[in-house]
Design a protein around this ligand. Structure first.
Ligand code: 13P
Length: 248
């Protein structure tokens, strides 16, 4: 069975609640494409108004982060149950900005992945290499390490429903997109890694996005690659261009 493409916006730390509602309304007529899953991953404070604003449309809402504990004294954190109750379907886990600025390591991310799945959320698990790693030729070794560490104790049945986002750090917010060949090569490598860890059927089911300076001009070529099942879009998800990406 063909994998359905999934195109997600990652709003990062942008959009106040009132700006968020305006953006959703502006994008509403532009993002109608039933052939793909469309997701807005929004700041925590925007979740409730955005869930309300997308009601009745083809758009689903994701969070940008969550904590793995059930509840309790974790000031400032948000639980999986809170996200589910608010109407969230997806959650980004392990974005390079969280790994880098907030020192989230793979052991923590593994706990978050397992908690998200058990709560009924679909993780969008991010991985990707730095420019130094690419230049040293260790890109695929690094990504295999991330994937294997982040999926410890996650079953094949669970993995087939998650989304993996390949985001080369050097391509994020830089306007420097990976070439189509570079993006496809790593997404293919991720699928091979999943096949090796689990089995071919699981690898064939898992959806793998590319992220890093995706825009209206390069989306169609990237998404046409056999192992790229959509995109995780930062900057371009905050403007009308996102409609062109969704309807690539
Ligand atoms: P840009 O699309 O702004 O490069 O961001 C990519 C990204 O980090 C999505 O998660």
């Amino acid at each position: 069975m063909a994998r359905k493409k999934i195109i997600a916006g990652n709003w990062k730390m942008n959009m106040t609640p009132s700006e968020a509602v305006k953006l959703v309304a502006e994008l509403e007529p532009l993002v109608k494409n039933d052939d793909v899953d469309v997701v807005y991953c929004v700041p925590a404070i925007d979740i409730v108004p955005v869930v309300e604003a997308v009601k009745g449309s083809n758009v689903q809402v994701g969070a940008e982060n969550m904590y793995f504990e059930e509840s309790g004294a974790y000031t400032g954190e948000i639980s999986a149950a809170m996200l589910v109750d608010a109407g969230v379907k997806y959650v980004i886990i392990g974005h390079s900005e969280r790994r880098d600025y907030f020192k989230e390591d793979d052991a923590l991310l593994n706990k978050k992945v397992k908690k998200a799945i058990s709560a009924g959320l679909t993780p969008i698990l991010c991985c990707g290499e730095s420019l130094e790693q690419r230049e040293m030729g260790v890109t695929m070794d690094w990504i295999r390490f991330q994937i294997k560490s982040d999926l410890v104790d996650v079953t094949a049945d669970q993995v087939k429903d998650i989304v993996i986002a390949y985001e080369p750090i050097w391509a994020i917010g830089t306007g420097k997109t990976a070439t189509t060949e570079q993006a496809e090569e790593v997404c293919k490598g991720i699928r091979e890694c999943i096949a090796q860890m689990y089995d071919q059927a699981t690898a064939d089911a898992v959806r793998i996005q590319y992220g890093g300076s995706v825009n209206a001009g390069n989306a169609a070529e990237l998404f046409a690659q056999p192992n790229i099942d959509g995109g995780l879009v930062g900057g371009a998800s905050l403007k009308a261009d996102f409609g062109k990406i969704v309807c690539y």
